[in-house]
Design a binder for this molecule. Structure first.
Ligand code: IMP
Length: 195
């Protein structure tokens, strides 16, 4: 591993400002500077978040040749046998939160988990490196909008909280979230690189 990695700005390839702000808040605690890069990332069809995110990271790196982070998230609902999983983005765009609640109308088991796969790639690495984060929670009975959040935040409540993600500010969400956990893992790895 080369020392060239240290002290550089890294770039988070995403079009989602909410994701970027959540990541930036975590990385700032480690004094890691991150920029938001709006490159068009390739998202392959796969049941593996790792495979999707690794491919996206390689594709993004080929476009910009900068130290790059890509993140892919999935929502796995027990009563729906893990659906929508890695297809969460398509499900959100099509049926949204109301549609998800309809699918779960009869479900007494409300347990679900979010997973985040953060992938880092730079010219010093032979292959992308992955960091996974997960949060267990429940799908609420109703849509509970708050002052912030995005996506499924208004219907996802972490097990150890009474609030949905949408009812939390970024710092509170980051105490629980799949994304924060993955970014903490990344940050600890990045900071441990030898100079
Ligand atoms: P993506 O493919 O990583 O962008 O995420 C898949 C889907 O899950 C998208 O519809 C996102 O809006 C949603 N999603 C990802 N992360 C979160 C989160 O932290 N809270 C709520 N929804 C999320």
């Amino acid at each position: 591993m080369s020392s060239k990695l240290k002290g550089k700005v890294i770039f988070f390839a995403t079009n989602n400002i909410n994701k970027f702000n959540e990541a930036r808040r975590v990385l700032s605690r480690y004094k890691i500077a991150v920029g938001m890069l709006r490159v068009k990332t390739l998202e392959i069809q796969s049941e593996s978040l790792e495979e999707i995110a690794k491919n996206s990271a390689i594709h993004a790196f080929q476009q910009c040749h900068l130290p790059i982070i890509v993140e892919d998230a999935g929502l796995f609902v027990e009563a729906l046998k893990g659906f929508p999983g890695p297809y969460a983005s398509y499900v959100y765009k099509t049926i949204g939160n109301e549609g998800l609640l309809k699918l779960m109308k009869e479900a007494t088991n409300r347990r679900a988990r979010f997973q985040s796969m953060v992938v880092y790639f730079s010219e010093e690495l032979e292959s992308p490196i992955c960091f996974k984060g997960e949060v267990l929670g429940e799908i609420t009975e109703t849509v509970r909008e708050g002052c912030s959040g995005f996506g499924f935040d208004p219907v996802f409540k972490p097990l150890k909280s009474e609030k949905t993600f949408a009812e939390m500010d970024i710092d509170e969400k980051n105490l629980y979230s799949h994304r924060a956990k993955a970014f903490h893992k990344f940050a600890r790895w990045y900071k441990s690189l030898k100079i």
